[in-house]
Write a protein that binds this ligand. Structure first.
Ligand SMILES: *Cc1c(COP(=O)(O)O)cnc(C)c1O
Length: 354
C-alpha cells in the first residue's frame, strides 16, 4: 500500500546488516561480533537492575554513564553523548553536524551506512577513492567540504590511519567537523580521543558492540567539544528522550569499569588475528593489514563469492561484498575463538587444495 508512504520513503535505500542465521552450529564470522561474552560483572549489573524500578523511565541524560565514560577517557561529562548503539549516534551526527551546503566527504570503500544516512537526511556527499593499497590518502580530502567522516580502522578494509594524518586533516579543515568512527579502535589502532581537547572540530564515536562484546545491548557514544555534544543532544531530545534504557545504562557502566576483563578479551582477539593471518598467508591468501577484529582476505585462485559459498558448505559464514567492485575478490572474516579459527583454517586448507 505504498500510496500511503511519505515521499522520501520511496527514495530510501536502507542498510542491509549481515545475516543473523536462525540455524544453530554455524561458525558465525560475518558481523564482527566478539566471540567472547561480556564481562560477568555486566550480567550481574543488568540482573540487579531488573527490578520493579523498570516501571520508571530511565535518566534521560544517562548522567552516571556519561561520567563513567568521561573518566575512562580523561574527559568531562559535557564532552560525552550516549545513544542506542553508535548507529543511532551516527544518525544524529549526520543530521546535527554534517548537513551543509558543501558536500560531506568519506572514502568510496567504507561503512555502507554512511550513504544511507545521507539519503535519509538529504545530505550531499562525495566518495573519495582509497588509494591502490586500499588506504585513505588525506591529500585527496583537500577540497571544499561540509564535513569528513571515516572509520578508523576503516571498514571493511581493517586498515588504520595514523594519528598525525588525522591531525593534519583537523588542521586543514578547521571549519568542518571531522568525525572518526572508532568502532574497532580497541583492536590495535591508535585512538584520536587525545586530540579532542586541542581540536573543537573533532568528534570521535565508539561502541560497546565490538571490543566490549555488547552488540545485543545497543550502546554507543560520541566524544567531542561540548558545542558538538550540544548539537547531538538537541537532535536526540527532538527524537527520543530515552534512547538508553535502565538495563543498558547499568550494563554499560559495568562494562566500562571492568577494564581488566576488557583488556584480556581484546588481547585474545588480537593474538588470534595475528596468528590466523600468518597461517592464511602460508596457504596463499593475501590479507590487508588489520587493526580491527576482522580481516579482508583474498586468494589468487578463488574469487570472493565462491570462497564465501564454499565456506558456507563447511558451515562457516563470512561476509562477501559484491560492491564496490574493487573489494569483490575479498571476503571479510571476523576473528573468532582459537577453536573457530582452527576450524576455519582447516576449511580453507581443504578449499584451496580442491
Ligand atoms: C559496528 C559498527 C558501527 C555500529 O555499531 P553499533 O552496534 O551500532 O554501536 C559503527 N560503525 C562501524 C564502522 C561499525 O562497523
Amino acid at each position: 500500500m505504498s500510496q500511503f508512504w511519505s515521499g522520501i520513503v520511496h527514495e530510501l535505500t536502507p542498510y542491509v546488516p549481515g545475516e543473523q542465521p536462525k540455524v544453530q552450529d554455524l561458525i558465525k564470522l560475518n558481523t564482527n561480533e566478539n566471540p567472547y561474552g561480556p564481562s560477568p560483572k555486566v550480567i550481574a549489573a543488568i540482573t540487579a537492575e531488573a527490578t520493579d524500578a523498570l516501571r520508571l523511565y530511565p535518566d534521560p541524560n544517562s548522567e552516571r554513564l556519561k561520567t563513567v565514560i568521561a573518566d575512562y577517557h580523561g574527559l568531562s561529562a559535557a564532552q560525552v553523548f550516549v545513544g542506542n548503539g553508535s548507529d543511532e549516534v551516527l544518525a544524529h551526527v549526520f543530521q546535527a553536524l554534517l548537513k551543509h551546503s558543501r558536500p560531506l566527504l568519506f572514502p568510496d570503500i567504507t561503512y555502507s551506512f554512511y550513504p544511507v544516512y545521507c539519503g535519509l537526511y538529504g545530505i550531499e556527499y562525495e566518495a573519495i577513492p582509497l588509494d591502490r593499497h586500499f588506504e585513505i590518502n588525506i591529500h585527496n580530502y583537500d577540497r571544499p567540504n561540509g564535513g569528513i567522516i571515516f572509520p578508523n580502522p576503516n571498514a571493511p578494509t581493517g586498515i588504520p590511519l595514523e594519528l598525525d594524518k588525522i591531525e593534519a586533516l583537523l588542521q586543514k579543515n578547521r571549519y568542518s567537523v571531522v568525525v572518526v568512527d572508532e568502532a574497532y579502535v580497541d583492536f590495535g589502532t591508535e585512538s584520536a580521543v587525545r586530540l579532542i581537547n586541542t581540536y573543537p572540530n573533532l568528534l570521535v564515536t565508539q561502541t560497546l558492540s565490538k571490543a566490549r562484546s555488547l552488540a545485543g545491548l545497543r550502546l554507543g557514544f560520541a566524544l567531542g567539544h561540548p558545542d558538538l555534544i550540544e548539537a547531538l543532544t538537541r537532535v536526540k531530545d527532538s527524537f527520543n528522550s530515552y534512547p538508553v534504557d535502565r538495563l543498558a545504562e547499568a550494563g554499560a557502566i559495568a562494562a566500562m569499569q571492568d577494564v581488566d576483563y576488557f583488556e584480556a578479551m581484546r588481547e585474545k582477539v588480537i593474538a588470534a588475528r595475528d596468528s590466523l593471518v600468518k597461517k592464511m598467508e602460508a596457504i596463499g591468501f593475501v590479507i590487508l593489514p588489520s587493526g580491527a577484529n576482522f580481516i579482508l582476505a583474498k586468494h589468487p585462485s578463488i574469487d570472493g563469492e565462491t570462497l564465501a559459498q564454499k565456506l558456507r558448505e563447511q558451515r562457516i559464514i563470512v561476509r562477501h561484498f559484491k560492491k564496490p567492485k574493487r573489494i569483490a575478490p575479498f571476503v571479510r572474516i571476523t576473528i573468532g575463538t582459537e577453536l573457530e579459527m582452527a576450524q576455519l583454517l582447516k576449511a580453507f586448507t581443504f578449499i584451496v587444495s580442491t
